[in-house]
Design a protein around this ligand. Sequence first.
Ligand SMILES: [Zn+2]
Length: 498
Amino acid sequence: MRRLISAIIILCSSVFAVNAHVNKEIIAPSICPEPVSSKVSPTEYVPLSKIDLYCPDDNAPMWAKRHLTEWYGKLAPEIIPALGGKKWGKDGEYQMEINQRGITIRAGSLQGVRYALYSLRQLAIPARGTYRTAGWIVPVSSIQDAPSLAFRGIHICWFHETEPWEVERLVRLAAYYKLNYAVIEPWGSFKSDVAPWYGWPDGTMTKAEIARIKAIADDLGITLIPQINVFGHATMARGADGKHAGLDFFPEFQPLFEPYGGWNWCLSNPKTRELLQDLIAELHEAFGNPPYFHIGGDEAEPPSCPECIKHPYSELFLNHIKALSETIVSRGAKPMMWHDMLLQRGDPRWKGFYANGTEDTAAGFLKFPRDIVICDWYYGGAHDEYPTLDYFRSLGFPVLTCPWDNREGIKAQAHRAHEAKMDGVLGTLWHHYFGGSLTMIYPTLANAAWKANPSYKDVRAYTFYNHLRQVGWDMGVSDPRHTGTYYDEIPPEPFLNN
Ligand SMILES: [Zn+2]
């Protein structure tokens, strides 16, 4: 009997021993954004040695080879192209199988190949047990993936003190997270030849920098969209700081702006429209004539000059936006505009949402051409209903929902975009592109925009930091202040408080 008991104990302990090495609490490999369908083994890894690539785009194998070499150097896996496949699926769709026989990627376009390799890069880790990296391994996986929303964007502010590397990093990170558009808004940073006075002397957004970052964006599969504020926010400075990037040093250009602050452009002055048309053309050209141009249009004030007051403001507003839209459409692009001036303040239908317009602007808006993409911003938490989104859609406009720095708001607004089959999501950063805000916004937005019902379970700060570091390696970052989410260990007070 004693022997039997001992045998049972030995048997039990050996069964235990087999199971004991698999810990219950582990961090499993993950992909941001979460794929539509995926099985990724948390424990079984195979070498990253060769990739069979099925894609009808002749450029795909070269793109893959170039970037795998950038990421893995001499340890890059071999690419075995299998051309001749036909185009299939949505742009960006891909399938990836990783098992003992190797890695197989199938995609209908170069964009699908990019996205497959971004997923692969997030899964790959250095082989274990050596002092220096001597090989790479990837978990056994089966992934079927495709974007759900057609427009997955991020809005990035380029302030006059913004250094170009910051914009480059935000653009690279957006592409890595499978966003396909980035709106770039200059805040007095653009060095214009058309109006050299309209911007700060130390602005860093030169045409050379735009071209450099655009080339990177094109290569990584994200389209840059320029912006100029053609109504309010004409100061190109934050409302709270009292600056005017044009008039502080060049008072002679005051007739172009409304008196008493210069926050609005003067809509009755024909020179205003000419200048804005020239600036739009200049900036659109500098960005390589992309398919969209953002004209801002938010948070404007009522008119204050005698000439603007004399005219019905609904007509001035309508004719101004129509003329600038025509400029953009004639260049082969679609205008985009913030929504809040198009809704009358105090209208009970918009209670709890942002409506900054007057009776005049709301009335003028009803006659807008329907090709203007309405960017409906809401920065609070989740709602069950989004009446402003419904309103713009009912009038026949393309609509993007635009969240900011609120996790539940990003999730709910994007969910609504999927549910209502809207055009997409345009996330915003404003001045919150540091610290916890950056760490939350990017992965949450990426997941929300990519998939109808993501779990968000793998959105972790340390995983995000890893991705940020990979982007830093690609950029060849060597300054310690250009890594992580703050310049310095102890961030300056405004960032601590905001
Ligand atoms: Zn005026």
